[in-house]
Design a protein around this ligand. Structure first.
Ligand code: FAD
Length: 469
């Protein structure tokens, strides 16, 4: 950080409600930490904002002192986009209040709230909105990219349930965006990531869900991979609307319902979540069980909030991680051949391939209704995620992720993916453009209006269109 900026930090400190931290200050090392232990960033200054006005002042300070900006929501982005060396981290983790209006069925979440806080507050009233599968993920990053999870077949993406945002744009202004106010900006933030400003409040529509859901998991050995994926191909198109499914290549969890000798055994799993009746749910599991008898299975009712936390520990803070994503139309024989060749090559038990089923309510939203980086036609959003206890294992599984992804290119929808699965920060222009496809030019024009100097660029970056274009 420049001397000029260092001198100005005292002035910033005196105007912010939240603390401003410099290297060496108490709390600095905790505040700069990110979910992915493989990333170690040292911001020149951390503004721990408590209000939208704090955020506005921090943005203007960074702009005036030429500091690169990183916006930290839940700090989950595996590429470390919410951290920065030397520049300013705008840390939203203190801006995390969630309030629920159970009558209007609306939740308001601060820009730094975590999914677990949103889930818990809404479930107090038996309500929920679609969100991701790990409760310590930030509402911010997840929603701005789209937000897919267990409720996506039933109620769509998080952005399909977003009704308004409060956002600080690059000029420091605090704006509201909704269908009625700044509708261009509202369209862009629903899928365009953190490109358009710092969202200080999200407003979501809520639905009745839970408090109990039906959980089911069936697990097979690696050598049954092709059979399992072919079964998924036939079972999934006939799923009732109230059931969701994830097709996974995972290692068996060390859970009480898993025979001890199978703990950490790599294989394939179908995870089936029922939001309707136990009978409907049992029917789906029966069909799967009959087609290919699993190595073990488990079915039980569980609280919705528990479901949302089920993967937390396996993906806890402190792992070394890397990820890449792609879209798949279906488990074709060609796709199955690649998947079953690569899955056995992973080394860390935590490394996974997870295919989220995308259809139902997800597919009822027109492609151009939001800026979402993907087609709404039925298919799968697939993540390959290396999650490793040591840097050495990450070295192997990062290479595994990359080669697996390369091999999937010809048998998937190609380079374009869910932007929340683009974690690399360099050399990804072509992936970002492919992900947005024809929406990219509209996004670039909106970016030129609200962030012409590309102040917010530590993300799947949309370049501002040249002035006048
Ligand atoms: P951060 O690292 O804090 O932020 C990510 C990006 O968003 C950064 O560019 C940041 O600047 C920006 N940002 C964050 N908050 C704001 C804000 N309020 N205003 C403006 N910009 C902001 N995605 C799913 O949809 N569903 C899943 O189930 C899911 N599971 C995942 C599991 C794992 C193990 C991993 C690694 C990722 C998963 N993701 C999932 C992807 C996840 O949505 C992204 O990593 C997301 O960016 C994380 O958001 P965050 O706020 O925690 O991260």
């Amino acid at each position: 950080m420049s001397q000029l900026a260092e001198m100005g930090v005292d002035a910033l400190r005196s105007t912010l409600e939240g603390p401003v931290l410099l290297p060496g200050d108490e709390g600095y090392d905790d505040a700069r930490r990110l979910w992915n232990a493989a990333i170690d960033k040292h911001p020149g200054v951390i503004a721990r904002c408590r209000t939208a006005t704090d955020v506005s002042r921090a943005v203007l300070f960074a702009r005036d002192h030429d500091l690169e900006i990183a916006v930290r929501g839940g700090a989950h982005n595996p590429g470390g986009s919410s951290g920065v060396d030397d520049g300013m981290m705008i840390d939203l983790s203190l801006l995390n209040e969630v309030t629920v209006d159970p009558v209007a069925k609306v939740a308001r979440a601060g820009g730094g709230a975590l999914l677990g806080q949103l889930d818990a507050a809404a479930q107090e009233y038996g309500l929920a909105t679609p969100a991701g599968m790990i409760s310590h993920t930030g509402v911010g990053g997840l929603t701005l990219g789209g937000g897919m999870g267990w409720l996506t077949r039933k109620f769509g993406l998080s952005i399909d349930n977003l009704t308004a945002v409060e956002i600080v744009t690059a000029d420091g202004q605090i704006r509201r965006a909704s269908d009625d106010e700044n509708p261009d900006l509202f369209w862009a933030v629903r899928g365009g990531g953190g490109n358009f400003g710092v969202v200080t409040e999200f407003e979501f529509r809520l639905h009745e869900a839970g408090p109990m859901v039906q959980f089911g998991l069936a697990f097979w050995d690696l050598d049954r991979g092709a059979d399992v994926l072919r079964t998924a191909r036939t079972v999934i198109p006939n799923l009732p609307d109230d059931v969701n499914i994830v097709v996974g290549a995972i290692s068996a969890p060390p859970a009480p319902f898993v025979p001890e000798e199978l703990h950490f055994r790599p294989g394939y799993a179908l995870i089936v979540i029922g939001f309707g009746s136990a009978e409907e749910h049992a029917g789906v599991l029966d069909e799967i069980r009959t087609a290919v008898p699993p190595l073990f299975e488990f079915a039980s009712p569980m609280p919705y909030v528990g479901l949302q936390q089920m993967l937390d520990e396996a993906n806890g803070w402190g792992f070394h991680a890397y990820d890449k994503g792609f879209y798949l139309d279906d488990f074709t024989d060609e796709a199955i051949a690649v998947i079953t060749e690569y899955v056995p090559q992973k080394q860390s038990p935590g490394s996974v391939m997870l295919a989220y089923r995308l259809d139902g309510a997800y597919s009822k939203v027109p492609d151009d209704a939001t800026a979402f980086s993907g087609s709404r036609r039925p298919g799968y959003g697939v993540f390959i995620v290396a999650v490793c206890p040591t840097p050495e294992l990450l070295e192997h599984d990062r290479a595994w992720t990359r080669s697996f992804w390369d091999a999937m290119l010809p048998v998937s929808r190609g380079k374009g993916s869910y932007v929340n699965a683009i974690s690399d920060l360099v050399d990804v222009d072509d992936r970002v453009r492919a992900s947005y496809g024809p929406k990219y030019d509209r996004l670039a024009a909106i970016k030129a209006t609200y962030d012409p100097d590309n102040l917010f660029h530590r993300n799947a970056n949309i370049r501002p269109a040249a002035t006048g274009s």
